[in-house]
Design a protein around this ligand. Sequence first.
Ligand SMILES: Cc1cc2nc3c(=O)[nH]c(=O)nc-3n(C[C@H](O)[C@H](O)[C@H](O)COP(=O)(O)OP(=O)(O)OC[C@H]3O[C@@H](n4cnc5c(N)ncnc54)[C@H](O)[C@@H]3O)c2cc1C
Length: 107
Amino acid sequence: MFHTPVNAIDAREGCFIVETGGDAPARFRTQHLINSAGLHANDIARQIRGFDERYVPPLYFAKGNYFSVSGRAPFERLIYPMPNEAWLGMHLTIDLGGQAKFGPDVE
Ligand SMILES: Cc1cc2nc3c(=O)[nH]c(=O)nc-3n(C[C@H](O)[C@H](O)[C@H](O)COP(=O)(O)OP(=O)(O)OC[C@H]3O[C@@H](n4cnc5c(N)ncnc54)[C@H](O)[C@@H]3O)c2cc1C
């Protein structure tokens, strides 16, 4: 739901009680909770009262750099490798202006 931040979560009695803010604040109970808050997922997991912090995986920041290809694009289509366990993999992107870029790497 747009403009509906999760403000607090309590884990108790085999379920989760979620409090949301925004224009229409709400409080609801759920048996299953999927935490898909992207880069904020670890923060949200750590804030769940009654949830053991040992189960929150560590967060590692990574910066990806793209590298412009000078001259003509070597391919007409996007080229993707198979992803490995750590990242998506270096791929070739062609932007709307026809500029080819390889990336991202991982820094
Ligand atoms: C430059 C770049 C290029 C990419 N290119 C590609 C590509 O070509 N193909 C591809 O498949 N992937 C690509 N990706 C990766 C892709 O964008 C991500 O893997 C994907 O968006 C992750 O989705 P997600 O739903 O897990 O997280 P997100 O898209 O990050 O969504 C998390 C959501 O949680 C919300 N949220 C956070 N905290 C709260 C809170 N407290 N309460 C409520 N909501 C909250 C955020 O507002 C956000 O909407 C790219 C990423 C980058 C950075």
